[in-house]
Design a protein around this ligand. Structure first.
Ligand SMILES: [Zn+2]
Length: 251
C-alpha cells in the first residue's frame, strides 16, 4: 500500500468533484492558494522524515516487541475498531486543545488562516503542529499499545476524511443530513473555519461527528456571514510558504 499514491488519488478525485459540484463560489483562484498549501505539506513531510524516520507504525512495533501498553498485555475484544475509534477521540481532544491554548492556537491558526476551503486546505498544517500531533498520538499509542495495522488504517482514513471535509463540495441536503449523523461533512467543517471564534470553537471533529455531540461542541447553525479564514491574515502575501512558516512567530 503506497500511502502517497492513495492520498494523491483521493485528492485528485475530490478536486475534480468540487470543480463540478461546488458548494460556495470561489473568491480566490487555485493559483493563489495551492502553491502555499502544497509547499506546506511538502516541507512538513520532509521535516518528519528526518526527525521521525520510523514513523508511528515503526514505534508501534517497538511497543509490541516489548509488551508495552494495554493491548499488548491483555486480549481486548474488537481491538482494531476500538483503536481507531479511540484515536479519533484523541485527535478530537487534541484539536480542542489547539484552540484553547494560545501557543498551540498560533500553530493551528496557520491552518485556519486559509482564506477559502477546498481539498488543498487539508494539506495546510504547520510542521511544528504536525510534530506536536505525532507526540500527542504517541501518548495514546503507548498507553494502549495500539497495533501497526490500526495506526496505518487510522492515518489513511484521517487523510481521506480531511480531504473530504475540507472540500468545497456540494451535497444534497438530504444526504448531508444523514451523513453528519455519523461523520463530519464539509458543511459541518466549514462552520469550524469561520473567522468568528464563536463558530470556530465548534465542530472540532475530523472523522466521527459523535465527539462534538457528546461534549456539546456541535453546531449546525450556519454563520450569517460565511467568511472563512483569519482577519489578520487575509492578504495574498500571507499565503506564501515563508509567510505560513513564520506566521506563528509573528507578533
Ligand atoms: Zn481548528
Amino acid at each position: 500500500m503506497n500511502r502517497i499514491f492513495i492520498f494523491l488519488t483521493i485528492f485528485v478525485i475530490f478536486s475534480i468533484l468540487e470543480t463540478f459540484f461546488q458548494e460556495n463560489p470561489r473568491t480566490f483562484s487555485r493559483k493563489q492558494r495551492w502553491p502555499g498549501n502544497f509547499a506546506m505539506a511538502f516541507s512538513a513531510n520532509l521535516i518528519l522524515r528526518v526527525i521521525f524516520p520510523v514513523g508511528l507504525a515503526g514505534y508501534s512495533h517497538y511497543l509490541e516487541n516489548n509488551n508495552f501498553g494495554l493491548f499488548n498485555n491483555f486480549s481486548i475484544p474488537a481491538e482494531f475498531i476500538l483503536s481507531i475509534v479511540l484515536l479519533d477521540f484523541w485527535i478530537w481532544f487534541q484539536h480542542v486543545l489547539t484552540h484553547k491554548f494560545q501557543p498551540l492556537w498560533k500553530l493551528h491558526r496557520v491552518h485556519h488562516s486559509d482564506v477559502e476551503l477546498d481539498a488543498s486546505s487539508a494539506l495546510r498544517f504547520h510542521p511544528i503542529e504536525i510534530i506536536f500531533s505525532i507526540l500527542f498520538k504517541i501518548i495514546l499509542i503507548t498507553l494502549l499499545g495500539i497495533k501497526e495495522d490500526a495506526i496505518l488504517w487510522f492515518e489513511a482514513i484521517l487523510n481521506g476524511m480531511a480531504i473530504f471535509n475540507h472540500a468545497n463540495l456540494y451535497l444534497p441536503s438530504s444526504i448531508e443530513r444523514l451523513l453528519r449523523k455519523i461523520v463530519v461533512t464539509p458543511q459541518m467543517h466549514l462552520i469550524h473555519h469561520n473567522q468568528e471564534r464563536k463558530y470556530s470553537d465548534t465542530n472540532y471533529g475530523f472523522n466521527l461527528s459523535l465527539w462534538d455531540r457528546l461534549f456539546k461542541t456541535y453546531t449546525d447553525q450556519k454563520p450569517a456571514d460565511q467568511v472563512t479564514g483569519q482577519k489578520k491574515f487575509r492578504s495574498l502575501e500571507a499565503q506564501s510558504l515563508l509567510a505560513l512558516l513564520k506566521q506563528p512567530f509573528a507578533k
